[in-house]
Write a protein that binds this ligand. Structure first.
Ligand code: AMP
Ligand code: MG
Length: 396
């Protein structure tokens, strides 16, 4: 079976899901309900933006060629008024931010840069033509594309939809994602676990991650570590658009997830990724549905989903583009790791912009993970960083 690097794993998921292109259906929702959804229609400007030359400052509209100089104040134009005034030579018209620039004026001089006295304004410096005016159509022309299908609708996109007069938006349907936890030690979260048992936190963490990625989570009952029980869970899970399994993908005697998936004629694209946490991790397809077998340790489950699973949910929800939010930050203290694996370690981006790894007990330590607000990304080919060195950060 295939072991891949982190970039290979992500690319493999992107390639397979894109190639399968199971195009989601669409639905029409009220504008405000479209926030966070994926746009399924193109949106074009319904008129020039701005529709008329517009002042972007409070000041005086005038002709640049006559500056420096003294101008007679010939009137005023406010935002919300149609422009009826014409500007003649030697005149200035008082203008407010957002107002239409009068015919004949080619510049606006800010209030701060003039001296007004006795119905006149004096401008002491030469003003370049076009100053503080957004010409008609300078932001977009009527008919120009403003948003493409596949765009996630955030507040910036809502502003565009509202500005183009959309009361409703057509968005893709959300993919349903089955979540199956496996493990004889795993009990439902409303039960009191014995010392040898753990509550099924993974299903809920994954459900929250699926929601964030744009899917609808369906938590299925915990599967026992038997081939029969795991097959039953997979059978149900393959009824949804995507199947996530947690646990049972290591090399242990009772790790039966891969064996169970094979019974469904699964194709496996990889089953090991050179990352920590979470080396054992399975991605494949059965009955036309993609599945991920994620490691069961809580931090490994969450991290492998964020890094490699999430993009599948995003693509299945119709999203066309979704890069990982990676950036660089200076380390608050020296850092070293053993080369060979790309490490994604729970870390805190501090108020001063530096990054510190969170002290933790390893990939079972969900308490430490909850104190992190980012991941430190350690390059597999570099062993040491000094305090202040820039290191890669994955934002949460
Ligand atoms: P596994 O990958 O199946 O070997 O699981 C590794 C460890 O992760 C187990 O020993 C459990 O302690 C923990 N674990 C597995 N499944 C879950 C789950 N659904 N919720 C919380 N912890 C889990
Ligand atoms: Mg297990």
């Amino acid at each position: 079976m295939a072991t891949v690097t982190f970039p290979q794993a992500r690319q493999c998921v992107v390639d397979h899901v894109r190639a399968a292109a199971p195009f989601p259906g669409s639905e029409t929702v009220a504008l405000i309900d479209s926030a966070g959804r994926i746009l399924a229609e193109p949106v074009a400007a319904d008129r020039d933006l701005p529709p008329a030359p517009r002042s972007i400052r409070d000041g005086y509209a005038l002709r640049a060629s006559a500056t420096p100089g003294v101008f007679r104040i010939a009137g005023e134009v406010r935002a919300g008024e149609p422009s009826i005034l014409n500007l003649n030579a030697g005149e200035a018209i008082e203008i407010m931010t957002g107002a239409v620039v009068p015919e004949g004026a080619d510049s606006v001089v800010m209030l701060e840069h003039i001296t007004a006295q006795d119905g006149k304004v004096r401008v002491d410096a030469a003003v370049p033509p076009g100053s503080y005016i957004n010409p008609r159509g300078s932001e977009a022309r009527a008919g120009d594309s403003l948003l493409s299908p596949g765009t996630r609708i955030g507040y910036a996109e809502i502003a565009v939809l509202a500005a183009t007069g959309r009361l409703r938006a057509t968005v893709y349907r959300k993919p349903s994602v089955a979540i199956v936890s496996t493990g004889d030690e795993v009990v439902e979260i409303d039960m009191q676990p014995a010392p040898h048992q753990v509550r099924n936190s993974n299903a809920y963490a994954l459900a929250a991650q699926v929601v964030r990625a744009g899917g609808v989570p369906r938590i299925l009952p915990v599967a026992r570590d038997t081939l029969e029980d795991t097959c039953l869970a997979i059978e149900r899970g393959l009824g949804e658009d995507l199947l996530l399994l947690s646990g049972g993908v290591s090399a242990g005697k009772y790790d039966v997830v891969e064996q169970a998936l094979a019974r469904f004629g699964a194709e496996f694209y990889f089953d090991r990724v050179r990352i920590q946490p979470g080396q054992p991790m399975v991605f494949g397809r059965a009955r036309q549905k993609f599945f991920f077998g994620l490691p069961g340790n809580p931090v490994s489950t969450m991290v492998t989903f964020e890094l490699i699973g999430r993009i599948a949910v995003e693509l299945l929800s119709g999203r066309s583009h979704s890069p990982l939010p990676l950036t660089l930050a200076p380390l608050a203290a020296a850092f070293r790791h053993q080369t060979g694996l790309t490490r994604f370690l729970p870390a805190r981006l501090n108020d001063d912009g530096t990054l510190s790894p969170v002290r933790w007990q390893g990939s079972s330590d969900l308490a430490a993970h909850s104190r992190a607000n980012a991941y430190l990304v350690a390059d597999p080919d570099r062993a040491e960083w000094e305090k202040g060195d820039l290191i890669q950060v994955l934002l949460q």
